[in-house]
Structures are given as structure tokens and as C-alpha cells.
Design a protein around this ligand. Structure first.
Ligand code: PMP
Length: 306
């Protein structure tokens, strides 16, 4: 917390923090996985770069160097002796003013780490999940930058997922203002049609996911045809396969959308191949992807950087 290791119970924030009142916090999420060479963090450089970009979209300058943040994430994992965990760096406008204009806010930075299994995994990995089209639209990128992972933006996601769960679904897909697919409450969306992979981009009001980028890179590697374009509701419903991607969720097949069965109703071959490769990468079994893995190490400064 602001450069110090603080016990969980003492990691508290004052009630006058600007972020608590106006949602002015910016965060990212990473996962640490067990490998036969010890725990690693997956793509921390990219997650930390996005954290800085999310904050910069609101004029917030994080008072640390990105490399310091990366190694602090590893330090938090080490100090907790976790072999695998979820890591949540978050910076926020602290206490200075309760005016909406934050003036010259104090930027605080915290890094939380705790065990957290991929939350859609249990139901989802083998059989796929049931999702619904949310009655809530994704906020448009000309309202707030959807590419910035800002806390305030998650009010939109909270409404969507609460509604979905209340109606018996696992997750929501939010459409954008144009009526096309935007994303899940915390995941990007991919579909497969005639062996072609399709996903959308920031022009569809989405967060540019790092798992999304991993899948795009894998598709290129596999020689799969991939197209980045708007996904209409019709294209979604008539897809051969559909899946979510996200750090917390990983790669999760979508089995049904609003009672409509997608493809065969079970995870398709392209989804399964991507899932399997993703699992192999994060557990360090594919040496060609080692540059994405940051060894947590045993000393204060990890010896391997990328
Ligand atoms: N969209 C939203 C709204 C998210 O919260 C997330 C999770 N960070 C994603 C997409 C997926 O991003 P990533 O793959 O980087 O976790």
C-alpha cells in the first residue's frame, strides 16, 4: 500500500477518499499460476501498462515506475507465500477535496493478492455457461473511455450481472448503443463461424482485454482465420461456437444465450484448442510463450524481466 507491505486488516481507506464518492479508481487484474519452476505472473508488463493508461485517461499520474509496480506485485505474492492467486493493483484519488473536480488529487496505489479460482470455471470449463443479453446497454465510448479500467464504469457491469443472475443465468452480454455485441460484465466475447474466429474492438465499446489479445495471437499462431469486426446480435445467435475471455474467467465456453443453444451446445473444437493451449501457457508448459511469464522468484528483485 503506497510502497509498504500492510496486513490485510490494516489496509484501509479514509471515508473522504474521492474514489469512494465518485468512482475515481483505476485498476487491473492479473493471475499468478503454479509452474514446475515456481509461481509466475501472467503478462504483468501488459497489465501494468494498461493500469497506467487507464489512470492517464483521467489525468492520474501513478507516483511509481511501472517496473516498480511489476516487482511489487511479485513481492506481494512472495510475502503471502502464494503458489497461485489473483492480483489486483488499484490506484485511486485519495482524500483532498469532495468537489467533483479532483483538483490535485493524491494518487494512492495498492496491490491486493488473494486466492481466487477462475470464477466461471467450475460450471463453465467443461460444459459451457448459460448467458443472457442484458437489458442494460454498455456505456458508449463517447460517454467514458471503455478502454480505461475505471471503477466507476463497473456500475454498468454490476447492474448487468445482477440482473442476469436474478434471472437464473451465469453472466450477461451487454450490447452497445448500436445494438451490436459489446462484452460481458468482465469479459470479452469471441464467436466462431465457419472455422473463422471473430471478435470486436474498442469501436464496439469494450475494454481491450489482455486475454483477448492472447487469443488473437494464438489464432495467428494456429493459422486460424480471425476477423476483428462488429458482432451483430444475429451473428452471435447463429455462431458455431462462442466464448468469453478474461483474466479472472480465463476462456469460458458459452453454451446457451437466452435459451438459444449455441452450436452443438457443448464447447466446440476451436474453443477447446484455445482453452488447452492457454492452460499449457499459463502453467509454463510451452517454452515459446515464456516471455509472458514473470517468475515471482525468491528474492526482492526477480532476476528475469521481459
Ligand atoms: N471487459 C471487461 C469489462 C473486463 O472487466 C475485463 C476484465 N479485465 C475484460 C473485458 C477482459 O480483460 P482481460 O482479459 O484483460 O482480463
Amino acid at each position: 500500500m503506497n510502497g509498504k507491505i500492510v496486513p490485510w486488516d490494516q489496509a484501509t481507506v479514509h471515508v473522504s477518499a474521492h474514489a469512494l464518492h465518485y468512482g475515481t479508481a483505476f485498476f487491473d487484474s492479473m493471475r499468478c499460476y503454479e509452474t514446475d519452476k515456481g509461481p509466475i505472473i501472467f503478462r504483468p508488463k501488459d497489465h501494468v501498462a494498461r493500469l497506467y493508461a487507464s489512470a492517464a485517461a483521467y489525468g492520474a499520474k501513478i507516483p511509481f515506475d511501472p517496473l516498480e509496480v511489476e516487482s511489487a506485485c511479485a513481492e506481494v505474492v512472495r510475502r503471502n507465500h502464494f503458489n497461485s492467486c489473483y492480483i489486483r493493483p488499484l490506484c485511486y484519488f485519495g482524500s483532498a477535496t469532495l468537489g467533483v473536480h479532483p483538483r490535485v488529487p493524491k494518487i494512492e496505489l495498492v496491490i491486493l493478492a488473494f486466492p481466487w479460482d477462475p470464477f466461471l470455471k467450475k460450471q463453465g470449463e467443461e460444459s459451457g455457461i448459460r448467458v443472457t443479453i442484458s437489458p442494460w446497454r454498455r456505456f458508449h465510448y463517447d460517454m467514458m473511455p471503455t478502454t480505461s479500467k475505471a471503477s466507476g464504469g463497473y456500475l454498468n457491469s454490476v447492474l448487468a450481472v445482477m440482473d442476469a443472475v436474478k434471472r437464473g443465468f451465469t453472466e450477461a452480454i451487454l450490447l452497445n448503443q448500436e445494438g451490436n455485441v459489446a462484452e460481458g460484465s468482465g469479459e470479452n466475447v469471441f464467436i466462431v463461424k465457419n472455422n473463422k474466429l471473430i471478435t470486436n474492438d474498442e469501436h464496439s465499446s469494450i475494454l481491450l482485454g489482455i486475454t483477448r489479445d492472447t487469443v488473437i495471437q494464438l489464432a495467428h499462431k494456429f493459422g486460424l482465420e480471425i476477423s476483428v469486426q462488429a458482432i451483430s446480435k444475429e451473428a452471435l445467435f447463429s455462431a458455431d461456437e462462442a466464448f468469453f475471455t478474461g483474466t479472472a474467467a480465463e476462456i469460458v465456453p458459452i453454451r446457451e444465450i437466452d435459451e438459444k443453444v449455441i452450436g452443438s451446445g457443448s464447447p466446440g473444437p476451436i474453443t477447446q484448442r484455445l482453452q488447452q493451449t492457454y492452460t499449457d501457457i499459463i502453467h509454463g508448459r510451452l517454452p515459446e510463450y515464456r516471455e509472458w511469464l514473470y517468475p515471482v522468484g525468491t528474492s526482492a528483485t526477480p532476476s528475469t524481466r521481459h
